[in-house]
Ligand binder design. Structure first.
Ligand code: TPP
Ligand code: MG
Length: 366
């Protein structure tokens, strides 16, 4: 009876643009013309401008809890450049950047952060509302991907999650299910090093998250998630494969959450300033800017003009957000089910009765 190797796999990591803005020319995707390279930088700058505004607005009490995506711009912009309009997006709480890059006006994300459910319906894209339970997005994406496979649609479902989510049963169930049913699903895992205060070293003993895909018979690849070109190339190749029904793919984008988990957290209590500084040197925007400047495609004047335009765009978007009349109090009931169950209908009526007794719109009654 021989002993044989029945399975082995290696996991690739893709890096194209290093932290100083130097590119591996052999890996540079030839279809990215100068204008698209500039757009990649602009998309990331736009994400950051909205992110900074959101943090300020939360501190001013103008939106509720907000989860910053600072540091993760390259992972999300690179993916966005490879997304087609018909693809399905199943976001978690940190995917405002990819939605923005796919054309969702950011007042919708800000409105979602105000608890306005009407705004969590994203126009112009096939996107579900953000789902809070960690890891659940992957199951939804596996299910949508299975439907796409059954219908033979050349479209992908993209499920988002973080490193922490990979310890949930949902992650493993979703990968297994997607593998068995050949779901047209891309699992896009942003490994930002932390799940609130739990570091990746306490999340898994595996050297990578990408390798976990192999156990489910699907392809897994790791990219430098602070490199917009690597994220684009991995996403382009993965989405081509997924849309063609050639199997699901998992991308692990290794990046870093530069801010606290959300505005309800203080990251200085559990991680070192040295670690944050290490990642600041690897900033995704800084390196892309350096690369474009080296090629004569960017300069200080253009940078300042871009920041000015982004500032104007952000203010215009916030003005539109704040022009919106607040939702009626019954709105909290109206978005969960297509046909409201009787128990919920009774609660909704009880709220209306209470408002009728007390007067006003009920907004200030605890
Ligand atoms: C099932 C579940 N457990 C716990 C939480 C609370 N929670 C919200 S985000 C988070 C950490 C998620 O970490 P990770 O998956 O790495 O994503 P990141 O926040 O870093 O983007 C936790 C524990 C939750 N929302 N859902
Ligand atoms: Mg994380």
């Amino acid at each position: 009876m021989p002993i044989t190797d029945v399975y082995s796999a290696t996991t690739r990591r893709i890096e194209i643009l290093d932290k100083d803005g130097k590119v591996d020319e052999a890996l540079l995707p030839s279809e990215l013309d100068d204008a698209t390279l500039q757009r990649a930088l602009e998309l990331m700058m736009r994400m950051r401008a909205f992110d900074e505004k959101a943090l300020t607005m939360q501190r001013q009490g103008r939106i509720g809890t907000y989860g910053s995506m600072r540091g993760q711009e390259a992972a999300q912009a690179g993916l966005a450049l490879a997304i087609e309009p018909d693809d399905w997006l199943v976001p978690s709480i940190r995917e405002q950047g990819v939605l923005e890059a796919c054309g969702v006006p950011m007042r919708h994300w800000f409105g979602f952060c105000k608890g306005d459910e009407r705004m969590a319906v994203f126009p112009g894209v096939n996107a579900l509302t953000p789902s809070i339970p960690v890891g659940s997005q992957l199951l939804h994406a596996a299910g949508i991907g299975m439907a796409l496979e059954l219908r033979g649609e050349a479209t992908a479902a993209i499920g988002f999650a973080g490193d922490g989510a990979t310890s949930e049963g949902d992650f493993h169930e979703a990968l297994n299910f997607a593998g068995v049913f050949n779901a047209r699903t891309l699992f896009f895992i942003q490994n930002n090093g932390w799940a609130i205060s739990v570091p990746i070293t306490q999340q898994t003993r595996s050297a990578t998250i990408a390798q976990k895909a192999h156990a489910y018979g699907i392809e897994g690849v790791q990219v430098d998630g602070n490199d917009v070109l690597a994220s684009y190339v991995a996403s382009r190749d993965a989405l081509r494969k997924v849309r063609a029904g050639e199997g699901p793919v998992l991308i692990e984008a290794v990046t870093y959450r530069m801010e606290s988990h959300t505005t309800a957290d203080d990251h200085t209590r559990y991680r070192s300033a040295d670690e944050v500084a290490y990642w600041a040197e690897r900033d995704p925007i800084k390196r892309m800017r350096a690369y474009l400047e080296g090629r004569g495609l960017w300069d200080e004047t253009r940078h300042e003009a871009t920041l000015k335009k982004l500032g104007d765009d952000v203010e215009a978007e916030v003005a539109r957000l704040e022009d919106n009349a607040p939702p009626p109090p019954t709105d909290i009931f109206d978005h969960m089910y297509s046909a409201m169950p009787e128990t919920l209908r009774a609660q909704r009526q009880a709220l209306l009765d209470e408002i009728a007794v007390r007067g006003g719109n009920g907004a200030n009654h605890g």
